[in-house]
Design a protein around this ligand. Structure first.
Ligand SMILES: C=CC1=C(C)c2cc3[nH]c(cc4nc(cc5[nH]c(cc1n2)c(C)c5CCC(=O)O)C(CCC(=O)O)=C4C)c(C)c3C=C
Ligand SMILES: [Fe+2]
Length: 450
């Protein structure tokens, strides 16, 4: 199969067909048989019984090294309850719903058009006729869940705060809107159909009633990275290929080193953070791009600022898209062909102590400002093993020295600890073999509360 079709393209089986018997009837033999209990192998359908789906359970949460889908809806939540049991119950509900939605099921076992006639349906219904579209749902915890900015430990979690879940520092040229920053919980929903991603957040938000409310959200389209070598490199709103040198699932050694939190991190921590072993950290930055100015910039200048050609995405030192840049090659006046202030030079591992990251960002366009300029840019998402080593130093360098910064403004920000996946076969299933919530239901991040 080629690129996107193998990556996450659904194959035309709607959830109505699933609910109507067909596939479900054949597969309803418990979680493992339904594709909920197998490791994700990086391809939609692989390890999952339903076409166009990624397995929900596994060593790591889906939505990190699984192939980046084309659409994103990400929501940060404020927890409104102060009761630890309510928080646990919320995470149990969310886990069940996420497990169901990602396998192409309705949010609840009745679905959008059946169940008690005098009660609201347990699914909102707008995806009833749509395929699962490679939906992944990834959960994370913000620093404020452990301790609020004024030092309150609402849920008895302060002694579980990982050292690396820091407050991000102020970076030069930050212009952050507090209404687009932080959050106690984050949910990243990615799919190849925006309606599927929005439906996921809508139904999770609905299930959060009385326990958490949405703080901010971001819609994204047109992924700006590849997380698999099977995917074509997409383009960002500057028109450049983005994701060429990204970490890819097919490079497990580097993924293990730069994305997952090792057991050694907990051993070195000042508090008990073993619950995060096998998880990751998600850095989210809403970066507005002044594209009107960019569009009046010469091609020579655009390529010099990025350090790659606009057409093929090859480094300016020569070669083709996947040729490693040679930062020593010089041209006219002995100047390096990949300029000292170019983005690619400053972000390259050789200039960052060998550090790499798994980028998984999206383009966004959120209307326009009062001057008629598009409020558009790149919603930068990256998964890293430790933001103190793998994000903050690089962002400091870029904010200070990157020529691209003249065209960029960071307007939103968040850092979240992303727990590992739920063990295969651990979900509680009902008589029809699909996940249900009980008081004993396991949930993503459960070890944090143990
Ligand atoms: C702090 C990390 C990074 C931010 C923020 C960031 C923003 C950003 N990037 C582009 C466009 C491109 N980035 C490219 C490569 C690249 N970028 C980062 C990190 C951040 N980018 C890294 C680590 C790399 C890889 C460097 C390498 O190893 O060579 C590229 C080149 C193509 C590619 O390899 O992906 C482009 C183009 C924009 C427009 C942007 C903010 C809006
Ligand atoms: Fe970049």
């Amino acid at each position: 199969m080629t690129e996107e079709t193998s990556a996450a393209e659904p194959r035309g089986i709607s959830r109505r067909a699933l609910l109507g018997g067909g596939l479900l009837g054949a597969a309803a033999v418990g979680a493992a048989g339904f594709g909920l209990g197998r490791a994700t192998t990086g391809e939609a359908s692989a390890g999952a019984a339903t076409p166009g789906t990624f397995a929900f359970t596994g060593e790591h949460q889906a939505g990190i090294v699984t192939p980046a889908q084309d659409r994103l809806y990400l929501a940060a939540f404020d927890v409104t309850t102060n009761d630890r049991d309510d928080l646990v119950a919320l995470l149990q509900r969310w886990t069940t719903i996420a497990a169901r939605l990602t396998q192409g099921l309705a949010a609840g076992s009745y679905g959008p058009s059946s169940g008690p006639y005098d009660a609201p349906p347990d699914d909102t219904g707008e995806v009833a006729d749509l395929p699962p579209a490679g939906l992944t749902i990834t959960f994370g915890f913000g620093r404020s869940l452990f301790v609020t900015p004024d030092g309150t430990d609402r849920f008895g979690l302060a002694d579980r705060l990982p050292d690396a879940l820091v407050e991000l520092p102020h970076f030069p040229a930050d212009n952050l809107d507090p209404a687009r920053c932080d959050g106690d919980l984050v949910v990243q929903a990615c799919a190849d159909d925006p309606q599927v991603a929005v439906h996921a957040i809508r139904n999770l938000s609905r299930a959060a009633f009385g326990a958490a409310t949405i703080r901010w959200t971001q819609l994204g389209y047109g992924r700006t990275s590849s997380t698999s070598t099977a995917q074509r490199t997409p383009r960002n709103l500057f028109g450049f290929k983005d994701g060429t040198a990204n970490l890819k699932a097919e490079d497990p050694a580097h993924v293990a080193e730069h994305v997952w939190v090792p057991a050694a991190a907990a051993a070195a921590d000042s508090r008990d953070s073993a619950w995060l072993t096998g998880g990751s950290y998600l850095v989210a930055r809403r970066i507005r791009m002044t594209i009107e100015t960019w569009d009046r910039t010469s091609l020579r200048e655009q390529e010099a600022l990025v350090g790659r050609t606009k057409g093929e995405g090859a480094p300016l030192s020569g070669g083709t898209e996947f040729t490693e840049p040679d930062f020593a090659v010089t041209g006219r006046d002995d100047q390096p062909l990949v300029a000292m202030n170019s983005h690619v030079r400053l972000a390259h591992p050789t200039h960052n102590g060998g550090v790499r990251m798994l980028r998984r960002g999206y383009n966004f366009t959120d209307g326009n400002d009062a001057l008629g300029r598009l409020d558009a840019g790149l919603f930068f998402l990256a998964f890293v093993t430790d933001p103190r080593t793998h994000y903050i130093p690089m962002q400091n360098t870029l904010s200070r020295d990157d020529g691209l910064m003249e065209y960029l403004q960071h307007t939103g920000s968040g850092l979240f600890a992303v727990p590992p996946g739920l063990p295969d076969g651990s979900l509680v299933v009902g008589e029809d073999g699909t996940p249900i919530t009980t008081s004993a239901s396991p949930f993503v991040g459960q070890a944090l509360f143990a």
